[in-house]
Design a protein around this ligand. Structure first.
Ligand code: UT7
Length: 331
């Protein structure tokens, strides 16, 4: 139950400087720049140096977001980190980030929803601020996907990159702007189609699991693709309809970046022309929890996002998880 309207006060991102191009991958596995570009839209992705963990990227993005909001770490009441690549199983990445930021008054937790983690974390942060439980929430999507990618598997290694994005949420001073509505859905039958089989309680780490390369992402690309195409468009349509809106009312479509073809099929379904769709998968690949804040950053950087714009954020990922959040931008 919302008691106050919540808005995104600021955005911060961090991508590691090292770039892995399609040409680099051509030397590592049996693939081509042409195949990767045509099937996914990816040209290059950023990869963290060894020793760089998710909490490092998340902290840099978080610090930037806090400064841009005109706040200090002590102003943050709660930290929600969406990730599938926590530094370790526990403590949570949120705890590590809290300590690094020096956000001494914040509590926090990690949220596991793979590529929908940012949408879900945004919704969780929104609820905490809306209820009055927190004045400011720091919501972060961060992943070092290169730590769980098998660089001998051409079906997955060309797809992913590393990055982090963060937003600060706070009560809106303007009741026209903020997080307006959301629609989320999961279908747990999709689990086997995209997962990391070992390292959890079902299959703890052993010599056998390492030998069988089970600590890496495994994906049935076509199954995920079909689910994503059907459900991305569907959830967008449903959320718009519920709010008596159509694609014409949207200034921008800011989707998870897993495959340019999935994004464009959803955009087509809600009747959006290409100029209203943010695509940056060419530069970053699929950074899992970080794609949406990175896409928001691209939208700002290219002058496509302005105060008062109605935007639709959407994601689909492992689980399966599906998310859609309607926002009137306030920065
Ligand atoms: O964010 C998490 C959610 N994940 C997604 O949304 C990913 C959804 N899936 C996809 O984006 C696409 O399914 C992929 C990009 C992963 C694959 O594209 P596709 O058009 O579905 O290709 P495919 O898996 O049907 O493979 C077609 C062919 C196969 O060869 P044959 O059997 O036709 O001879 C693959 O072995 O392409 C081959 N192939 C490759 N060839 C060159 C697979 N990966 C590669 C590669 N380079 N990297």
């Amino acid at each position: 139950m919302n008691v106050r309207r919540v808005e995104i006060k600021s955005l911060g991102i961090h991508v590691p400087p090292r770039v892995l191009t399609n040409a680099d991958l051509e030397k590592m596995v049996d693939t081509t720049d042409e195949w990767i570009l045509q099937r996914t839209g990816i040209r290059e992705r950023h990869i963290a140096d060894p020793g760089m963990a998710t909490s490092d990227l998340a902290t840099m993005a978080g610090r930037e977001a806090i400064a841009r909001a005109g706040l200090t770490p002590d102003d943050i009441d709660v930290i929600v980190v969406g990730t599938v690549t926590p530094d370790m199983m526990f403590p949570s990445t949120a705890c590590l980030v809290q300590a690094k930021l020096g956000a001494s008054k914040a509590w926090g937790f990690d949220l596991s929803a793979a590529c929908s983690a940012f949408s879900y974390a945004l919704t969780a942060g929104n609820a905490l601020v809306a209820s009055g439980g927190a004045k400011h929430a720091l919501v972060i999507g961060a992943d070092v996907m290169s730590s769980i990618i098998d660089y001998t598997d051409r079906a997955t290694c060309v797809l992913f990159g590393d990055g982090a994005g963060a937003v600060v949420l706070g009560a809106s001073n303007d009741d026209q702007v903020g997080i307006l509505d959301y629609d989320h859905m999961i279908d747990g039958h999709g689990g086997p189609a995209l997962c990391m089989p070992a390292g959890g309680s079902r299959m703890p780490a052993s010599h056998k699991t390492v030998d069988e390369r089970l600590h890496f992402v495994k994906q049935d690309g076509q199954a995920v693709f079909k689910f994503a195409v059907r459900n991305t468009g569907e959830i967008c349509e449903r959320l718009l309809k519920r709010n008596n809106l159509t694609g014409d009312d949207l200034a921008l479509f800011v989707s998870h970046q897993a495959n340019k073809r999935i994004i464009m099929s959803a955009a087509e379904r809600i009747g959006l022309p290409e100029e209203k769709v943010i695509i940056n998968i060419d530069r970053y690949g699929n950074t899992t929890a970080a794609t949406i804040p990175l896409a928001l950053h691209t939208a700002i950087e290219t002058g496509k996002l302005s105060k008062g714009d109605l935007i639709l954020l959407t994601s689909v990922g492992a689980g399966f998880t599906v998310g859609s959040v309607l926002v009137r931008w306030g920065i």
